[in-house]
Design a protein around this ligand. Structure first.
Ligand code: 4NP
Length: 157
């Protein structure tokens, strides 16, 4: 069964596009059949490409995210995706509030999937510098590896 994963941050221009890209690379490496997308809880950046600093850190790590465009998470996402994965605890609280009664999605924090980092946030790098984007990449890559391993294990069942 094809699984689906939606990554959610605030603006959908920094962390969740990076998580989407890191997870896509890892899913391809593992041969997972999975639908992958990202969205923001906020509406300020709808239709915008990723922040240029996010695109730059992705490029430094061999991934092109420049084609992505921001969108806002909506009620249908909870019926469409198996997993909705928030980047920080505020994003998680916001999607828990938006969750409709007939949601099928399992909600989690990305770093909940990393042993020893449960409950931790991928810090928002938007007001930071290049080093904060490098840290965000390292954290989303670690979370993506752990989440992909979990979904691969579930697929084997
Ligand atoms: P993101 O970062 O949630 O990782 O995409 C942010 C992007 C934009 C804003 C805040 C965080 N903003 O306030 O516009």
């Amino acid at each position: 069964m094809r699984k689906s994963v939606l990554f959610v941050c605030l603006g959908n221009i920094c962390r969740s596009p990076l998580a989407e890209a890191a997870f896509r690379a890892e899913a391809e490496r593992l041969g997972l059949d999975v639908e992958i997308d990202s969205a923001g809880t906020g509406d300020w950046h709808i239709g915008h490409p990723p922040d240029r600093r996010a695109a730059a850190v992705a490029a430094r790590n061999g991934v092109d995210i420049s084609h992505l465009r921001a969108r806002q998470v909506g009620p249908d996402d909870f019926r469409r995706f198996d997993h909705i994965v928030a980047l920080d605890e505020k994003n998680l609280a916001d999607i828990e509030r938006l969750r409709p009664a007939d949601a099928k999605a399992h909600l989690s924090l990305l770093l909940d999937h990393v042993a020893g980092r449960e409950g931790q946030a991928v810090a928002d790098p938007y007001y930071g510098d290049e080093a904060h984007f490098d840290t965000a990449w390292a954290e989303v890559a670690e979370g993506a590896r752990a989440l992909a391993a979990r979904i691969a294990a579930e697929a084997q069942g």
